[in-house]
Design a protein around this ligand. Structure first.
Ligand SMILES: [Fe+2]
Ligand SMILES: [Fe+2]
Length: 307
């Protein structure tokens, strides 16, 4: 019999805002990204549609940042902007926060100076579930020392609070959420998934409590299940289809719904898996139109995973 004191947990994951809130950005970013980032963050401010959430996790690339100077300025501006949120905010490191330099103290410094040294790999103990935040933002470029540390920390966090459902948040997906070779081509970077596959091995072998892994980075939305674990990727706000995730954990299920920004804020030309970056859009065997390739099928946008 379920305890009457059980409190469902509701939180949101936002990612890939690519905001450039600092004055005079030195690099061109995503057109309209600041306006969409403002809309997203306003939802967690007083009177916002998501102000009733227990907390929000920023799953990386909240800033655009291209070099140490712009990263430092944009993180500082983002920190100021986040003060207006009325729900707790938890960060997860993206490659644009550290320029892929995972394990390089110089490039990691602006992030920890903004969010704290304990905000690269950490757990949010949220009653109904344990949220494990892992930094894998420098996949392929990660130092050997950091790679080992990343593995050890994840293994430790997976072993804590045995029996409590766990949700992992990491910027780079652990699995390919489209046909692997087509996704590699459409994304155009080697980091279409986390290349250090020992992380996925850990989820497979030590992740008995893990129900969901949430990532960003690809700028498209989708979900695949592997050994009963749902691996969700949300597009984030900078690129079309401009998505975010809402997650509810009850005593029986983890329910996920992918939300989209209001249509007047959409800019289809901001997508990076089709025109204008490529002459035509992509499809794969399970996504037979460019639109479903970008947005995922309906079953990838709203689903539940049993506890
Ligand atoms: Fe991104
Ligand atoms: Fe990224």
């Amino acid at each position: 019999m379920a305890s009457s004191s059980f409190q469902p947990l509701r939180f949101a994951v936002i990612n890939d805002l690519h905001a450039q809130f600092a004055p005079k950005p030195s690099q061109p970013g995503y057109p309209g990204a600041n306006e969409r980032a403002e809309w997203m963050l306003a939802q967690f401010s007083s009177g916002g549609a998501l102000a009733g959430m227990d907390f929000v996790v920023g799953a990386g690339d909240l800033i655009h940042g291209e070099d140490l100077r712009s990263i430092t300025a944009e993180l500082k501006a983002m920190r100021q902007r986040l003060k207006q949120l009325t729900v707790p905010f938890y960060p997860c490191c993206g490659n644009h926060e550290i320029r892929q330099a995972e394990g390089n103290p110089a490039y990691e410094a602006p992030y920890w100076q903004t969010y704290g040294k304990d905000r690269f790999d950490y757990a949010i103990s949220a009653g109904a579930a344990e949220i494990i935040v892992l930094n894998n933002a420098g996949t392929f470029h990660v130092t050997a020392k950091r790679r080992e540390q990343r593995f050890d920390r994840l293994k430790h966090m997976l072993g804590a609070r045995p029996g409590v459902p766990k949700i992992v948040v990491c910027h780079v997906p652990l699995v390919a959420i489209r046909d692997r070779d087509i996704l590699h081509r459409s994304f155009g970077f080697l980091s279409y998934r986390c290349l250090e596959t020992e992380i996925l091995d850990l989820i497979d072998t030590h992740g008995a409590d893990v129900r969901l892994v949430v990532s960003g980075h690809l700028h498209i939305s989708g979900m695949v299940k592997r050994h009963g674990v749902a691996h969700l990727v949300t597009a984030g706000t900078a690129s079309f289809p401009h998505d975010y995730a809402m997650i509810t954990v009850t005593s029986r299920t983890v329910a996920v719904e992918v939300g989209s920004l209001p249509r007047p804020l959409h800019n289809p030309a901001s997508n990076i898996h089709g025109p204008p970056r490529y002459t035509r859009g992509f499809t794969d065997p399970k996504h037979q139109t460019p639109r479903t390739y970008l947005r995922g099928n309906p079953s990838e946008r709203k689903f539940t995973v049993p506890i």
